[in-house]
Design a protein around this ligand. Structure first.
Ligand code: THU
Length: 128
């Protein structure tokens, strides 16, 4: 599948800082009015401090004042496509379990709904 959001995520993937795993990930989040926010994974010599592409994209969006998303794309080079890790699922869930996420590998594309990736989610409503 090729579309502009995937192309944007590929651009972010090319900027991944992943000298340890060499696993390059790009993420793109699209707001309801079409604004696009990008992230790539940023690894660290202290491995546990690594930031995933999806969370980097969330931080870019929130820093720009955007907290609503209609679509997400996560690109890597593996098939079947890599799905967001558990931590990223939780962080994305903060902004809506209805999010559609396209996972894109080198060949295949898979579409998930976040609510299917994170059933029985803990969310903001639990704190009200
Ligand atoms: N990674 C992501 O960026 N997103 C995910 O959802 C899964 C994993 C990154 C973290 C690390 O830099 C590399 O992929 C290998 O785990």
């Amino acid at each position: 599948m090729t579309d502009s959001l995937i192309s944007a995520a590929r651009g972010a993937q090319a900027r991944a800082y992943a000298p340890y795993s060499k696993f390059h990930v790009g993420a793109a989040l699209e707001s309801p009015d079409g604004a696009v926010f990008l992230g790539c994974n940023v690894e660290n010599a202290s491995y546990g401090l690594t930031i995933c592409a999806e969370r980097a994209a969330v931080c870019a969006a929130v820093s720009a004042g955007v907290t609503r998303f209609r679509r997400a794309v996560v690109v890597s080079d593996v098939d079947p496509p890599a799905a967001p890790c558990g931590a990223c699922r939780q962080v994305l869930a903060e902004f809506g379990l209805g999010l559609e996420i396209d996972g894109v590998g080198s060949k295949a594309t898979v579409r998930w709904r976040l609510s299917d990736l994170l059933p029985a989610a803990f969310g903001p409503e639990q704190l009200r």
